[in-house]
Ligand binder design. Sequence first.
Ligand SMILES: Nc1ncnc2c1ncn2[C@@H]1O[C@H](COP(=O)(O)OP(=O)(O)O)[C@@H](O)[C@H]1O
Ligand SMILES: [Mg+2]
Length: 358
Amino acid sequence: MSVKLEHVLKDENLIKNIEEIAKDTALLHGVLMRTKETPNSPEVVSYAPFTLFPTPVPTALFHQALAVQTHFNRLVDRVSQNPAFLEETLARFEDVQRNIYDHRFVENELWKRNIPVIRRQFEDVCRSGSLDESRRLFVDGHEIAIVYFRNGYMPQNYTSEESWEARLMMERSLAVKCPDISTHLAGTKKVQQELAQRGVLERFFPDEPETVAQIRATFAGLYTLDMGEEGDKTVAMALANPDQYVLKPQREGGGNNIYGTEICEVLENLKSSTERTAYILMDKIQPVPVQNYLLRPGAPLKLNSCLSELGVFGAYVRKGKDMVFNECVGHLLRTKSSEHADGGVAAGVAVLDNPLLV
Ligand SMILES: Nc1ncnc2c1ncn2[C@@H]1O[C@H](COP(=O)(O)OP(=O)(O)O)[C@@H](O)[C@H]1O
Ligand SMILES: [Mg+2]
């Protein structure tokens, strides 16, 4: 199999042929993106970048990742319902940001079920939104059942006092928030790092050693940069072997992490100041590269050495204290050329891929 694939990868005529078919197939299936030149216009679209071939993923690891998702949902939920833990963890946290994915598919699924969807900016909500005496949320005369945030994960999204007022109004309302503020904060890197500390998962699942073990098995080493002895140890460790770590600021969406000698530059500057607490340190994961072609509008086709990352989606609904829905709802394999240290699909570095279970 591997010998054959090697031949296929080098058969230029074959590759050219399937390249064209693959791009047409992507367009036919709605794997679309607006173009860089006209990002705000639906008049011109192209395919979203993707790999020509699927990437081999070990079957057992794939199933392990999917199987742990409902436990992760419960963990996020329990963290979000523990304000004392969040406050203690995020006391010095600086800001929040998150990647944004295409929303139209979700919107269309809702319309199919006769659930009307309206899209509004924070400023619009501030202007035309209100809460009645029982805190029901109204926007332009419609009562809102669910608020889904497509934006608002980074401070730059709050361009005015009105945006903050709108977020607060929605947060205080009876509407279901996706996410509410505590779930939003539960997803931060600082929280991830705290959860990896000894004994912390046990606090959230006191009677479930199996659950704790399953979740912990998916963690890479994470280290605090809080002021104090432990944080000092982390600094020394990173400075001694920067190539073994990733330095992460509290940012999301890819392209923000710091690697290699740059870790030393940043830490040398920050190590004595509380500014270092805006970062966490993580063991660098060193996957085995796989050869593949990345298809990207306007870019020439080239065989690349690639690294992949499997993401698993979870969904849950809690009513009061009861979890009424908790499921693993899909996965996404993202692949990038191994010359890029990081960067998501939206950042233009990673492309969409499919796992080929082996
Ligand atoms: N520990 C790590 N080892 C190697 N690469 C990493 C590591 N952590 C993150 N990266 C790279 O950086 C990218 C973004 O980091 P991530 O922590 O997922 O932040 P984001 O919130 O931006 O998605 C990842 O997709 C991956 O390519
Ligand atoms: Mg990520």
